[in-house]
Design a protein around this ligand. Structure first.
Ligand SMILES: *Cc1c(COP(=O)(O)O)cnc(C)c1O
Length: 356
């Protein structure tokens, strides 16, 4: 079986973890601080705040921006559930806008239609590793005085015109093992705003900036030095990991020559880091996935249900009409292109698809 994802853990990570264990500081300590500095530097953001998951990064970022009961946050339903759940955690209400068909990302015109007096923030997702249309989104945010929180959990190193994911608004990253880089579990918030950074640090740590002095309500969402040590090793390897994903994606696109399949596009001036390589088929998607799986190809569907179609959201009364998202969710198939996938694997995947 060619798996859809595979974390690449080498001797460096193993040694780094052992060093932390030997150091005696195994919870949040100097490695977390170093990881925050290195990762925010990579994104070109002034501050990095490490937390224990991508979900926590979104949750903390929204709270740091003051989101709460009575507020609305416009986001995409074509994403992992954590995107919208993090809004619910704060008491605010997710409002779903439809996506653009070419990039699977939230459509600025659709956002514009959903802006109300209650809207306080836009939460675009850079799905599959391709940035959302951040120029248009930042302009809308500026015109309507809205915060922008980027769900960059699939977009480590993705760029638009040399500006990295997580450097437009407040960036939220995940280091879950299936992502472009991992720390086992882990997450990071990136921002240029000193006040947001300070508040995020406090929320991560029971609302305190000074030990045992608690100013606001917070949580324990800290990253451990064990995770940070892994993250630091992985960050060094990320450019090469991404390059291999990009090359594998390009190779697969060239090798697929079946008219029934739409291969992924990259908009001009974007760097797509291919967290997922996602094709579309207009018919019999589930059957195609079944064939691929039977032939040992770990094809996946991200995501079989839109967020607003999940029971949790139906029970909350969500009944949005998002025709493009609904169409895409019935057509998408993601194929393995992670750094361990070989040319031979890709030739095989393409031959199975071309024979459909
Ligand atoms: C992975 C992911 C998350 C959540 O990250 P975790 O580290 O699993 O909590 C949020 N949004 C998107 C789009 C993701 O892919």
């Amino acid at each position: 079986m060619i798996p859809i994802a595979k974390p690449l853990i080498g001797e460096e990570e193993k040694k780094a973890v052992m060093d932390v264990l030997d150091s005696g500081v195994i919870a949040q300590g100097p490695k977390v601080k170093e990881f925050e500095k290195e990762f925010s530097g990579f994104v070109s953001a002034s501050h990095g705040i490490a937390v224990n998951s991508g979900t926590a990064a979104l949750h903390v970022a929204l709270l740091a921006h003051g989101l709460g009961v009575g507020d609305e946050v416009i986001t995409s339903s074509f994403s992992f559930i954590a995107t919208a759940n993090s809004i619910l955690f704060t008491g605010a209400r997710p409002v779903f806008a439809d996506v653009s068909e070419d990039t699977f990302n939230i459509d600025p015109d659709a956002i514009n239609e959903k802006i109300s007096a209650k809207t306080k923030a836009i939460l675009p997702v850079h799905l599959y590793g391709h940035l959302a249309d951040m120029n248009a989104i930042m302009e809308l945010a500026h015109d309507h005085n809205l915060a922008v929180i980027e769900d960059a959990c699939q977009a480590h190193g993705a760029k638009f015109e040399n500006k990295a994911a997580g450097s437009f608004g407040t960036g939220c990253f995940s280091f879950y093992p299936t992502k472009n880089m991992t720390s086992s579990e882990g997450g990071m918030i990136t921002t240029d705003d000193e006040k947001i950074a300070l508040k995020a640090r406090m929320i991560r740590e029971h609302g305190s900036r000074e030990r045992y002095v608690h100013e606001i309500l917070g949580f324990n969402l800290r990253m451990t030095d064990i995770a940070a040590a892994i993250g630091l090793c992985q960050l060094k390897k990320l450019p090469e990991f991404n390059q291999r994903r990009i090359e594998n994606a390009q190779y697969l696109t060239n090798a697929i020559n079946n008219d029934k399949i739409i291969t992924p596009i990259i908009r001009d001036n974007y760097k797509h880091v291919f967290h997922q390589y996602t094709i579309r088929v207009h018919e019999s998607r589930d059957k195609v996935v079944e064939i691929l799986n039977k032939k040992g190809i770990g094809a996946g569907i991200y995501y079989p249900l839109l967020i607003h179609q999940q029971k949790l959201y139906k029970d909350l009364g969500y009944d949005a009409l998002l025709p493009i998202s609904e169409k895409l969710t019935s057509e998408v198939i993601s194929l393995p292109i992670h750094p361990s996938v070989t040319r031979k694997d890709l030739d095989y995947v393409a031959s199975v698809l071309n024979d459909l």
